[in-house]
Design a protein around this ligand. Structure first.
Ligand SMILES: *[C@@H]1O[C@H](CO)[C@@H](O)[C@H](O)[C@H]1NC(C)=O
Ligand SMILES: *[C@@H]1O[C@H](CO)[C@@H](O)[C@H](O)[C@H]1NC(C)=O
Ligand SMILES: *[C@@H]1O[C@H](CO)[C@@H](O)[C@H](O)[C@H]1NC(C)=O
Length: 446
């Protein structure tokens, strides 16, 4: 029953929140040249000038994080050998081609988006953003991405039922989710769609990426994605929250390993042939990697998944712990919300210690985790809590989005569209009206 409940809730939530990782990209880079050896880390030639040149003409943007300098680590004479190594690794990555794939629904993107811009896109400034998301009333919030360094491809689509085939019905677990196999197929389609977008872009520009970072629209990043998470021939996943398989809330890998990791629909026949049955998203993900001989490693990462869902407190066995956004972390993709923690310090061991290790369990030692009582809605005053934790820049974006009017939204989305190489989305005013004009959205959505 617990399995059922957890899966049902997670799936429902996922459907709403499917995210594509962000890929920043600027048109002026010589993307048209191509790497001769696409798989080598050193093969790409992204010119240094793109790194140094002014980012965009919109530094007049009212979004405060735009004008601040990016969090590029600066050299320091007392760097230890370890730090030097890290720095060198970062320089290698800055010369390579990185696609950042952001998938899911926009939900609380006014809280998570700016953290993704700051902690990923602006850290890897030559990376290209790919966004794949179902259209809903929150899609207008993507307009804040107009300040992303480099926008390669954006696809915002009207969700529709997808066909289910025999292999999917055999391999995937259906009765555990309110939307049955359909929910999983929708989610897998969202993730694999990002890979399709990346392939299309590569083809159009005649080059290949060295790396793909796959992350979610609802991820709140508290610290930068660090260079040691990029390893050739090994796929990175966060530890914990693995629900009987592998945590599928983020992944980083080279083009080969990422192609396997993101081929969530097209590898189902292979899972079927291997005789695998009744898999959930996480166990299907693990099977994808193992059946294709892709090795993986885990590393704790500084992000959590901002969720509106309610979870009973205290969580037990198969329950889901919800972290306070203020937890020191790294939270490795655990669910979170802005709250006054009800449990911190020694209390956390008592609560998380009861959770099944291979399910919703997440790392908690050394004070990394503080827990919310998430059985109800977000508490009154969550905005203040968020602003304090996230800092002035992010607080300003949150306020700006909450006060956004139709005209401002349309202007922002149009500007984002101008900066995006491949744009496949409904008209800006439709996206904005859906979220900001109640009369319009009631008249147009049955
Ligand atoms: C694509 O790139 C390759 C390798 O750089 C080059 O040989 C080829 O001519 C390019 N093709 C097109 C259509 O530009
Ligand atoms: C990536 O995959 C291709 C084709 O499967 C293979 O030829 C190549 O050696 C792989 N590259 C790396 C770096 O593993
Ligand atoms: C917790 O702290 C101890 C002592 O500082 C350290 O040895 C240990 O590696 C830490 N554990 C984790 C999981 O960070």
């Amino acid at each position: 029953m617990y399995f059922l409940k957890r899966w049902a809730s997670d799936l429902d939530w996922r459907l709403l929140l499917l995210i594509l990782t962000p890929l920043s990209l600027l048109v002026f880079v010589s993307l048209s040249s191509s790497a001769t050896n696409p798989y080598s880390l050193f093969s790409s030639f992204t010119p240094l000038k793109s790194f140094l040149s002014p980012q965009t003409p919109q530094s007049r943007s009212p979004l405060p994080f735009l004008t601040s300098s990016p969090p590029i680590p600066s050299p320091n004479p007392s760097d230890s050998a370890e730090q030097m190594k890290k720095k060198k690794r970062k320089e290698e990555l800055d010369r390579s081609k990185i696609a950042i794939c952001l998938v899911g629904g926009a939900r609380r993107f006014e809280l998570t988006g700016p953290s993704i811009i700051d902690k990923i896109l602006k850290v890897y400034r030559n990376s290209d953003l790919f966004l794949h998301s179902p259209l809903d009333k929150d899609s207008f919030k993507f307009s804040l991405l107009k300040v992303a360094p480099r926008l390669a491809s954006v696809r915002i689509f009207k969700p529709k039922p997808l066909p289910e085939n025999e292999a999917q019905l055999r391999v995937l677990s259906s009765n555990n989710s309110p939307n049955g196999i359909q929910g999983l197929v929708q989610y897998f389609n969202l993730v694999e769609g990002c890979l399709t977008m990346i392939k299309e872009y590569q083809m159009q520009k005649n080059f290949t990426y060295d790396w793909i970072v796959r992350t979610r629209v609802d991820g709140y990043w508290s610290a930068p994605l660090s260079p040691e998470n990029f390893e050739p021939n090994r796929y990175l996943v966060p530890p914990g929250s693995d629900f009987g398989g592998l945590n599928d809330r983020l992944g980083v890998g080279d083009l080969n390993t990422s192609t396997v990791a993101l081929s969530r629909l097209s590898l189902i026949p292979q899972l079927d042939a291997a005789g695998l049955r009744q898999l959930n998203s996480e166990s299907a993900f693990k099977a994808q990697l193992t059946t294709q001989g892709v090795s993986y490693f885990t590393r704790r990462l500084p992000f959590c998944i901002v969720s509106d869902r309610k979870y009973s407190y205290p969580p037990m066995r198969f329950g889901v712990p919800v972290a306070s956004l203020s937890s020191p972390g790294p939270l490795s993709g655990a669910k979170c919300r802005p709250c006054k923690p009800v449990c911190a310090g020694p209390c956390v061991a008592d609560v998380v210690g009861t959770l099944y290790k291979g399910w919703s369990w997440t790392h908690w030692s050394n004070g990394t985790l503080q827990l919310c009582d998430a059985h109800g809605d977000w508490e009154n005053g969550w905005e203040k809590i968020f602003d304090r934790v996230a800092g002035k820049k992010l607080a300003a974006v949150r306020k700006r989005v909450s006060e956004l009017k139709l005209t401002g939204c349309v202007n922002d989305l149009e500007e984002m569209k101008r900066r995006t190489v491949i744009w496949d989305a409904p008209p800006a005013d439709e996206i904005c009206k859906l979220g900001l004009d109640r009369n319009w959205s009631q008249a147009n959505c049955k």
